[in-house]
Write a protein that binds this ligand. Structure first.
Ligand code: SF4
Ligand code: SF4
Length: 360
Protein backbone atom coordinates (compact mmCIF):
# COMPACT_ATOMS: atom_id res chain seq x y z
CA UNK A 1 0.00 0.00 0.00
CA UNK A 2 1.26 3.47 -0.87
CA UNK A 3 2.44 5.63 2.02
CA UNK A 4 0.57 8.88 2.52
CA UNK A 5 2.52 12.10 2.07
CA UNK A 6 0.61 15.22 3.08
CA UNK A 7 1.27 18.40 1.12
CA UNK A 8 0.46 22.04 1.55
CA UNK A 9 1.44 24.76 -0.88
CA UNK A 10 3.63 27.42 0.71
CA UNK A 11 6.24 30.01 -0.09
CA UNK A 12 8.57 32.21 1.93
CA UNK A 13 6.43 35.17 0.83
CA UNK A 14 3.54 33.78 2.93
CA UNK A 15 5.33 35.02 6.05
CA UNK A 16 6.52 33.21 9.16
CA UNK A 17 3.18 32.95 10.92
CA UNK A 18 1.36 31.53 7.93
CA UNK A 19 4.11 28.97 7.28
CA UNK A 20 4.00 27.91 10.93
CA UNK A 21 0.21 27.44 10.73
CA UNK A 22 0.55 25.45 7.52
CA UNK A 23 3.03 23.08 9.15
CA UNK A 24 0.64 22.71 12.08
CA UNK A 25 -2.20 21.93 9.65
CA UNK A 26 -0.09 19.13 8.18
CA UNK A 27 0.63 17.79 11.69
CA UNK A 28 -3.11 17.48 12.27
CA UNK A 29 -3.91 16.09 8.81
CA UNK A 30 -1.28 13.38 9.23
CA UNK A 31 -2.65 12.55 12.70
CA UNK A 32 0.83 12.88 14.16
CA UNK A 33 -0.65 13.22 17.65
CA UNK A 34 -0.69 9.40 17.67
CA UNK A 35 3.14 9.33 17.44
CA UNK A 36 3.74 11.20 20.69
CA UNK A 37 2.84 10.39 24.30
CA UNK A 38 2.79 12.38 27.50
CA UNK A 39 6.28 12.66 29.03
CA UNK A 40 8.05 11.46 25.89
CA UNK A 41 11.42 13.09 25.48
CA UNK A 42 10.81 14.25 21.91
CA UNK A 43 13.71 15.28 19.68
CA UNK A 44 12.70 18.09 17.33
CA UNK A 45 15.55 17.75 14.85
CA UNK A 46 16.32 20.90 12.88
CA UNK A 47 19.26 22.51 11.09
CA UNK A 48 19.80 25.96 12.61
CA UNK A 49 21.93 27.11 9.66
CA UNK A 50 25.59 28.08 9.59
CA UNK A 51 26.54 31.61 10.64
CA UNK A 52 25.72 33.64 7.54
CA UNK A 53 23.21 31.20 6.07
CA UNK A 54 19.75 32.77 5.81
CA UNK A 55 17.94 30.21 3.66
CA UNK A 56 17.52 27.51 6.35
CA UNK A 57 14.12 26.71 7.87
CA UNK A 58 13.51 29.73 10.11
CA UNK A 59 12.83 29.23 13.80
CA UNK A 60 9.34 30.82 13.71
CA UNK A 61 8.28 28.29 11.04
CA UNK A 62 8.34 25.49 13.65
CA UNK A 63 6.39 27.34 16.37
CA UNK A 64 3.10 25.63 15.48
CA UNK A 65 4.75 22.19 15.62
CA UNK A 66 6.21 22.98 19.05
CA UNK A 67 2.79 24.08 20.28
CA UNK A 68 1.32 20.76 19.10
CA UNK A 69 4.01 18.77 20.94
CA UNK A 70 3.55 20.83 24.10
CA UNK A 71 -0.23 20.37 23.94
CA UNK A 72 0.40 16.61 23.92
CA UNK A 73 2.48 17.11 27.10
CA UNK A 74 5.65 15.68 25.60
CA UNK A 75 9.01 17.12 26.64
CA UNK A 76 10.25 18.43 23.29
CA UNK A 77 13.76 19.77 22.73
CA UNK A 78 15.25 21.36 19.63
CA UNK A 79 18.28 19.41 18.60
CA UNK A 80 21.09 18.98 16.11
CA UNK A 81 24.49 17.31 16.18
CA UNK A 82 27.98 18.78 15.96
CA UNK A 83 29.58 19.10 12.56
CA UNK A 84 32.89 17.65 11.40
CA UNK A 85 34.02 20.95 9.97
CA UNK A 86 35.23 24.04 11.82
CA UNK A 87 32.15 26.27 11.56
CA UNK A 88 29.89 27.63 14.30
CA UNK A 89 28.27 24.23 14.96
CA UNK A 90 31.36 22.16 15.73
CA UNK A 91 30.68 21.65 19.46
CA UNK A 92 27.66 21.95 21.73
CA UNK A 93 28.56 25.39 23.11
CA UNK A 94 29.17 27.13 19.78
CA UNK A 95 26.19 25.31 18.32
CA UNK A 96 23.84 26.40 21.13
CA UNK A 97 24.96 30.02 20.72
CA UNK A 98 24.54 29.77 16.93
CA UNK A 99 21.07 28.28 17.42
CA UNK A 100 20.10 31.14 19.74
CA UNK A 101 21.38 33.74 17.28
CA UNK A 102 19.06 32.20 14.68
CA UNK A 103 16.11 32.15 17.08
CA UNK A 104 16.23 28.49 18.14
CA UNK A 105 16.30 29.17 21.89
CA UNK A 106 14.26 28.67 25.03
CA UNK A 107 13.50 32.39 25.08
CA UNK A 108 12.27 32.52 21.51
CA UNK A 109 10.49 29.18 21.15
CA UNK A 110 9.74 28.05 24.70
CA UNK A 111 11.77 24.83 24.52
CA UNK A 112 15.53 24.37 24.90
CA UNK A 113 18.19 23.54 22.35
CA UNK A 114 20.08 20.43 23.47
CA UNK A 115 22.94 18.87 21.54
CA UNK A 116 22.18 15.11 21.48
CA UNK A 117 25.82 14.13 20.94
CA UNK A 118 27.30 15.92 23.96
CA UNK A 119 29.88 18.66 24.30
CA UNK A 120 32.18 17.48 21.51
CA UNK A 121 29.95 15.38 19.27
CA UNK A 122 31.30 12.15 20.70
CA UNK A 123 28.42 11.09 22.97
CA UNK A 124 27.23 8.24 20.82
CA UNK A 125 25.44 4.93 21.02
CA UNK A 126 26.36 2.09 18.66
CA UNK A 127 23.23 0.72 17.02
CA UNK A 128 23.17 -2.73 15.39
CA UNK A 129 21.51 -2.64 11.98
CA UNK A 130 23.20 -5.46 10.00
CA UNK A 131 22.84 -3.62 6.70
CA UNK A 132 24.87 -3.91 3.50
CA UNK A 133 27.63 -1.39 4.33
CA UNK A 134 27.33 -1.16 8.10
CA UNK A 135 26.64 -3.80 10.68
CA UNK A 136 26.67 -1.09 13.32
CA UNK A 137 26.20 2.67 13.09
CA UNK A 138 27.07 5.43 15.58
CA UNK A 139 24.11 7.61 16.51
CA UNK A 140 23.99 10.58 18.93
CA UNK A 141 23.01 9.18 22.32
CA UNK A 142 20.32 11.80 22.89
CA UNK A 143 18.58 10.64 19.72
CA UNK A 144 18.78 6.97 20.67
CA UNK A 145 17.58 7.62 24.21
CA UNK A 146 14.58 9.85 23.49
CA UNK A 147 11.21 8.19 22.99
CA UNK A 148 10.03 10.01 19.87
CA UNK A 149 11.33 12.25 17.10
CA UNK A 150 9.98 14.92 14.77
CA UNK A 151 12.35 15.99 12.01
CA UNK A 152 12.16 19.27 10.13
CA UNK A 153 14.27 19.00 6.98
CA UNK A 154 15.04 21.76 4.53
CA UNK A 155 15.06 20.28 1.05
CA UNK A 156 18.27 21.36 -0.69
CA UNK A 157 20.74 20.09 -3.23
CA UNK A 158 24.10 18.79 -2.06
CA UNK A 159 27.36 18.52 -3.99
CA UNK A 160 27.95 14.93 -2.88
CA UNK A 161 24.63 13.47 -1.68
CA UNK A 162 22.64 15.24 -4.45
CA UNK A 163 19.59 15.77 -2.22
CA UNK A 164 19.41 16.81 1.39
CA UNK A 165 16.02 16.10 2.96
CA UNK A 166 14.61 13.73 5.58
CA UNK A 167 16.97 10.80 4.96
CA UNK A 168 20.01 13.07 5.21
CA UNK A 169 18.58 14.81 8.28
CA UNK A 170 18.21 11.43 9.97
CA UNK A 171 21.35 9.75 8.64
CA UNK A 172 23.96 12.49 8.69
CA UNK A 173 22.18 14.84 11.07
CA UNK A 174 21.59 12.31 13.86
CA UNK A 175 24.99 10.60 13.65
CA UNK A 176 27.82 11.29 16.07
CA UNK A 177 31.09 12.61 14.62
CA UNK A 178 32.29 9.04 14.20
CA UNK A 179 29.07 8.17 12.37
CA UNK A 180 29.51 11.19 10.10
CA UNK A 181 33.12 10.24 9.37
CA UNK A 182 32.01 6.75 8.35
CA UNK A 183 29.60 8.23 5.85
CA UNK A 184 31.95 10.88 4.45
CA UNK A 185 34.83 8.41 4.17
CA UNK A 186 33.23 7.32 0.91
CA UNK A 187 34.31 10.57 -0.75
CA UNK A 188 37.84 10.58 -2.12
CA UNK A 189 38.47 13.89 -3.82
CA UNK A 190 41.42 14.91 -5.95
CA UNK A 191 42.49 17.99 -7.91
CA UNK A 192 43.35 17.83 -11.60
CA UNK A 193 45.31 20.01 -14.03
CA UNK A 194 42.42 22.47 -14.49
CA UNK A 195 43.57 24.02 -11.22
CA UNK A 196 44.55 27.69 -11.58
CA UNK A 197 45.95 27.97 -8.03
CA UNK A 198 43.22 30.52 -7.23
CA UNK A 199 43.20 29.29 -3.59
CA UNK A 200 39.42 29.54 -3.14
CA UNK A 201 39.24 25.93 -1.96
CA UNK A 202 41.93 26.57 0.66
CA UNK A 203 39.90 29.40 2.12
CA UNK A 204 36.76 27.26 2.34
CA UNK A 205 38.31 23.96 3.45
CA UNK A 206 37.23 23.50 7.09
CA UNK A 207 39.88 20.85 7.73
CA UNK A 208 42.96 22.70 6.43
CA UNK A 209 43.42 19.73 4.13
CA UNK A 210 44.45 21.66 0.99
CA UNK A 211 47.82 23.12 0.12
CA UNK A 212 49.02 24.85 -3.03
CA UNK A 213 51.73 23.07 -4.97
CA UNK A 214 53.79 24.47 -7.82
CA UNK A 215 51.22 23.73 -10.55
CA UNK A 216 48.08 22.77 -8.68
CA UNK A 217 46.48 22.40 -5.26
CA UNK A 218 46.68 19.13 -3.34
CA UNK A 219 44.31 17.47 -0.87
CA UNK A 220 45.80 15.66 2.12
CA UNK A 221 43.64 12.51 2.37
CA UNK A 222 44.53 12.07 6.05
CA UNK A 223 43.06 15.48 6.91
CA UNK A 224 40.13 15.55 4.46
CA UNK A 225 36.72 14.96 6.09
CA UNK A 226 34.88 14.58 2.77
CA UNK A 227 32.62 17.61 3.24
CA UNK A 228 32.77 18.52 -0.48
CA UNK A 229 33.07 22.30 0.13
CA UNK A 230 36.06 22.44 -2.24
CA UNK A 231 33.92 20.86 -4.95
CA UNK A 232 31.28 23.47 -4.44
CA UNK A 233 33.57 26.49 -4.55
CA UNK A 234 35.95 25.53 -7.37
CA UNK A 235 34.87 27.43 -10.47
CA UNK A 236 37.32 25.64 -12.73
CA UNK A 237 36.07 22.09 -12.40
CA UNK A 238 39.41 21.08 -10.93
CA UNK A 239 38.09 19.10 -7.95
CA UNK A 240 37.19 15.60 -9.02
CA UNK A 241 35.24 12.79 -7.44
CA UNK A 242 34.23 9.39 -8.75
CA UNK A 243 30.49 10.09 -8.57
CA UNK A 244 29.50 6.77 -10.05
CA UNK A 245 30.81 4.95 -7.01
CA UNK A 246 31.41 7.43 -4.23
CA UNK A 247 28.15 9.36 -4.16
CA UNK A 248 26.32 6.05 -4.20
CA UNK A 249 28.28 4.76 -1.20
CA UNK A 250 27.72 8.05 0.64
CA UNK A 251 23.98 7.95 -0.04
CA UNK A 252 23.69 4.30 0.99
CA UNK A 253 25.63 5.04 4.18
CA UNK A 254 23.25 7.91 4.96
CA UNK A 255 20.24 5.64 4.52
CA UNK A 256 21.79 3.05 6.83
CA UNK A 257 22.52 5.65 9.52
CA UNK A 258 18.90 6.85 9.16
CA UNK A 259 17.84 3.28 9.89
CA UNK A 260 19.97 3.37 13.06
CA UNK A 261 18.54 6.74 14.13
CA UNK A 262 14.99 5.38 13.92
CA UNK A 263 15.64 2.00 15.50
CA UNK A 264 13.23 1.48 18.40
CA UNK A 265 10.98 4.35 17.23
CA UNK A 266 8.41 2.47 15.17
CA UNK A 267 5.28 4.66 15.00
CA UNK A 268 7.09 7.26 17.14
CA UNK A 269 8.45 9.46 14.34
CA UNK A 270 7.07 12.25 12.16
CA UNK A 271 8.86 13.87 9.23
CA UNK A 272 8.56 17.25 7.50
CA UNK A 273 10.27 18.48 4.34
CA UNK A 274 10.21 22.23 3.78
CA UNK A 275 10.60 22.81 0.03
CA UNK A 276 11.23 26.53 0.40
CA UNK A 277 14.36 28.48 -0.60
CA UNK A 278 15.75 25.39 -2.32
CA UNK A 279 19.46 26.04 -2.79
CA UNK A 280 22.13 24.11 -4.64
CA UNK A 281 24.06 23.49 -1.43
CA UNK A 282 22.89 22.59 2.06
CA UNK A 283 22.58 24.93 5.07
CA UNK A 284 26.08 23.98 6.30
CA UNK A 285 27.30 26.42 3.65
CA UNK A 286 27.53 29.68 5.53
CA UNK A 287 26.74 32.05 2.69
CA UNK A 288 24.03 34.70 2.66
CA UNK A 289 21.29 34.76 0.04
CA UNK A 290 22.37 31.64 -1.81
CA UNK A 291 20.48 31.56 -5.13
CA UNK A 292 17.55 29.16 -5.36
CA UNK A 293 17.33 26.47 -8.03
CA UNK A 294 13.55 26.16 -8.13
CA UNK A 295 10.62 28.29 -6.98
CA UNK A 296 9.13 27.59 -3.56
CA UNK A 297 6.77 24.61 -3.59
CA UNK A 298 5.45 23.96 -0.11
CA UNK A 299 5.71 21.64 2.88
CA UNK A 300 5.40 17.85 3.07
CA UNK A 301 4.65 15.67 6.08
CA UNK A 302 4.68 11.90 6.38
CA UNK A 303 5.34 9.06 8.79
CA UNK A 304 7.39 7.40 6.04
CA UNK A 305 10.92 8.86 5.59
CA UNK A 306 11.36 7.25 2.17
CA UNK A 307 8.03 8.30 0.73
CA UNK A 308 8.46 11.92 1.85
CA UNK A 309 11.87 12.24 0.16
CA UNK A 310 10.66 10.56 -3.03
CA UNK A 311 7.71 12.94 -3.13
CA UNK A 312 9.99 15.94 -2.54
CA UNK A 313 12.37 14.97 -5.33
CA UNK A 314 9.43 14.40 -7.71
CA UNK A 315 7.87 17.77 -6.86
CA UNK A 316 11.16 19.63 -7.34
CA UNK A 317 11.97 17.89 -10.62
CA UNK A 318 8.42 18.39 -11.94
CA UNK A 319 8.47 22.08 -11.04
CA UNK A 320 11.94 22.66 -12.52
CA UNK A 321 11.39 20.41 -15.53
CA UNK A 322 14.85 18.93 -14.91
CA UNK A 323 16.45 16.12 -12.97
CA UNK A 324 17.99 17.24 -9.68
CA UNK A 325 21.50 16.30 -10.83
CA UNK A 326 21.06 18.59 -13.82
CA UNK A 327 19.86 21.41 -11.55
CA UNK A 328 23.13 20.93 -9.64
CA UNK A 329 25.16 20.93 -12.90
CA UNK A 330 26.23 17.33 -12.34
CA UNK A 331 24.32 14.76 -14.36
CA UNK A 332 26.08 11.95 -12.54
CA UNK A 333 24.40 12.81 -9.24
CA UNK A 334 21.13 11.02 -8.58
CA UNK A 335 19.20 11.17 -5.27
CA UNK A 336 17.45 7.89 -6.06
CA UNK A 337 20.38 5.95 -4.62
CA UNK A 338 19.50 7.00 -1.07
CA UNK A 339 15.79 6.52 -1.67
CA UNK A 340 16.17 3.07 -3.26
CA UNK A 341 18.61 1.86 -0.61
CA UNK A 342 16.42 3.18 2.21
CA UNK A 343 13.50 1.27 0.76
CA UNK A 344 15.61 -1.87 0.34
CA UNK A 345 16.72 -1.90 3.99
CA UNK A 346 13.17 -1.48 5.22
CA UNK A 347 12.99 2.20 6.17
CA UNK A 348 9.83 2.79 4.17
CA UNK A 349 8.32 2.81 0.73
CA UNK A 350 9.04 4.94 -2.33
CA UNK A 351 5.47 4.27 -3.38
CA UNK A 352 3.42 7.20 -2.10
CA UNK A 353 0.07 8.92 -2.34
CA UNK A 354 0.21 12.72 -2.25
CA UNK A 355 -2.63 14.19 -0.18
CA UNK A 356 -3.12 17.92 -0.73
CA UNK A 357 -4.52 19.41 2.47
CA UNK A 358 -5.18 22.75 0.79
CA UNK A 359 -3.89 26.17 1.69
CA UNK A 360 -7.07 27.66 3.14
S1 SF4 B 1 39.44 26.38 -6.12
FE1 SF4 B 1 39.88 25.01 -7.84
S2 SF4 B 1 41.22 26.17 -9.19
FE2 SF4 B 1 41.25 27.22 -7.20
S3 SF4 B 1 43.01 26.35 -6.12
FE3 SF4 B 1 41.22 25.13 -5.54
S4 SF4 B 1 41.19 23.41 -7.01
FE4 SF4 B 1 42.57 24.97 -7.84
S1 SF4 C 1 36.28 17.72 0.95
FE1 SF4 C 1 37.56 19.42 0.27
S2 SF4 C 1 36.93 21.15 1.55
FE2 SF4 C 1 36.18 19.27 2.55
S3 SF4 C 1 37.79 18.68 3.99
FE3 SF4 C 1 38.22 17.58 2.09
S4 SF4 C 1 39.62 18.90 0.99
FE4 SF4 C 1 38.69 20.17 2.57
Amino acid sequence: MASKVYFIKASVADGEKSISEKARKLFKAANFASCFEENDFTALKVHVGEAANNTHVKAPYIKGLIDELLALKTKPFITDTSTLYTGRRRNAIDHTVMAAEHGFSLDALGIPFIAPDGLLGTAETPVEINAELNKQVFIASGIVKCQSILTVAHFTGHPAACAGATLKTLGMGCASKKGKMKQHAALKLSINDNCTLCAQCLEHCPADAITLGRTKAHIDPDKCIGCAECLAVCRFGAVKCNWGAESIVLQKGMAEHALGALKGKANKAAFFNFILSVTKDCDCFGHRDMPTIVDDIGILASADPVAIDKAAVDLVEDKAGKKLGRLLDNNELDPRHQIDHAQKIGLGSADYELVDVGSS
